[in-house]
Structures are given as C-alpha cells and as structure tokens.
Design a binder for this molecule. Sequence first.
Ligand code: A3P
Length: 312
Amino acid sequence: MGSKLELVKYQNFWCRSFRLKDVIHYQKHFIAQDTDIFIASLPKTGTTWLKSLLFTIINRFNPDHQPLNKNSPLLNHNPHELVYFLDHGIYGGKPPLPSPQQLQQLPSPRLLQTHVPYASFPKSIKTSSCKIVYIARNPLDTLVSQWHWHLKLIKNWVGDLDEFQPPSIEDFFKEFCLGRFPSGPYFDHVTEFFKQSLQQPNKVMFLKYEDLKGDHVVSHVKKMAEFVGFPFSDHEEDEGVINDIIELCSFNNLKELEINKTGMMRKLIDNKNFFRKGEVGDWANHLTPSMVEEINILMQEKFGDIGLSFQV
Ligand code: A3P
C-alpha cells in the first residue's frame, strides 16, 4: 500500500504511482472538444465543491436538475460520480466509468476534471477553444487538508493505522516545502494556472477557495456561470436561483446527505472524507508558527512577483 501512494516524478510533477499509467494514456489519447469545460485543481483545494457548483450551473435547464428539485442528481450522487476525473480510471478501463470512446460521445458541454498541471495537459486541450476553471486554495489549508486525506487513505486501504506508521504533520510539511505534493509542486501548479489566466482570460478562469467562502460568493458564481457560457438571466437573479445553487452546494448541505455520509467512492474511499471541515484557517490548529513563517516566505517568493496572494 505504501508504494501505491508513492509519488513519482513525471514531466516535472509528482504523480501517484498508481495513477501514472492512466495519466500517460490520457495525455496521449484524450481529444478535447471546443465545447468542453474543465475543472483544474490541485487535490484538496475545493475540487468537490467546484464540481457541484458547475454541474448544477450547466445542467440547471434540465427539468430534473433544478437546483431545489428533489430529483437533483447531487442529492443522491457524490459530486465525483457526476463529473468524471480524467487522470484515473477512465484510461485504465475501470467500469462503471465510461471508456475513452464513450467519453468522446458524451453530450456537450462535457464537464471534466483533472489535477494534471497545465504544462502536461494533452495538446488538444491547449489548442481547442474549451474553457478551464481553476480553483486554488492557500497553501497552509491545502497542506493540512491533504495530510488528513492521506491518513484517511491509509486507514481505508490498510484498515488499522497502528499497523502502518502514518506520516506526521512535520514530515508532511517538509515534503510539501520540497515540492513533493500530489500533482505538485504546489507553487508551480498554482503559478502556472494563474499566469495562464492572465495570458488567456477567455480560456482560463482562476478562482480561489477563500473567495467562494467569502461575502462575495454570489458575484464569483455569477462570473463563473458567464465564463462557461451559462449566464444567469435577470429573471433568475430575481428569483434567487444563484443563492439556491450556492445553498445546494454548500458544505453543510452536501455533508449531511445520506450518499455523502454512508456512500463509497468506487470502493476506494468513503464519501464522507470529501467533506471534512470546509473552513478557511484550519491550519492554525495544526501548524507551528515556524512552519507558517516558512510557508509565508515561500508564498512571498513564489507569488509576490506575479501579484498573487491568499487570504489566510
Ligand atoms: P478540508 O479538509 O479543509 O475540510 P477537494 O474537493 O479538492 O478534495 O478538497 C477537499 C476540501 O474541500 C476539504 O477541505 C473539504 O472539506 C472541502 N470541501 C468539500 N466540499 C466543500 C463545500 N461544498 N464547500 C466548502 N468546502 C468544501
């Protein structure tokens, strides 16, 4: 199991060894369509949340997908079942996921997700007129969230934590600072998408987890809907549809759904692990002042020049 979670360096990023084969196939064989919408992110930065929001936004004209309809698929599916993850499973031929051929035939717009860094995207994503929505989260909360996730993976896959020495937060922190983070280095991944969003503003939208958590969430969701070509009408705004969607996809709502309390994600992990705390600032409960200082210095070094900052 240790080796299953092992990170291997591939094309300048760290990839889980069990995913590498699928990632290479996806890079080689995936063909993007101009109408595609991609969710790009590092793990633990709000991918599940963004999947819920975008899935609801683009499907809201389907009578079965009305945000508050009791038949909304989000109410009885984990968001990861509704938005396919390209880096693992599909190119490994794992039913019930679609095969690569079936993937090509999904109705448009296809909403798909990847953790692969921009530089390693399949060529057709870069050359097509698709849209990419990237979500970033401050490094401190990302690191802490990933640490908890890692412990859950070990527990789910090994059973008893006592039989396997789980990494301490200190070990995890050291690795993070050295760049060893799934799909990382963290700073390279975020910087690359941020720069792309400046160079290609019609193609790449850069969102922050902290902004979605803040007071201006409505305007961020509105912009995102416009960006992917599903703007809210004045009538919808008056009817409160944006708030309904935000409420449906909120942490508290999703976390309490039966499917997310008791279901399992492709026999890999309990759905409940996708919903831990959902807060900004949980890092304060885990990291020492010197760790925070070191990451703040890295943030300044890596993000200062490009004008990127996070509210932590
Ligand atoms: P925490 O571990 O800090 O609680 P990802 O979806 O990329 O794996 O990210 C998981 C993180 O997002 C977890 O953070 C999880 O609790 C949080 N999260 C999941 N759904 C959320 C939601 N609807 N709103 C806010 N945060 C959410």
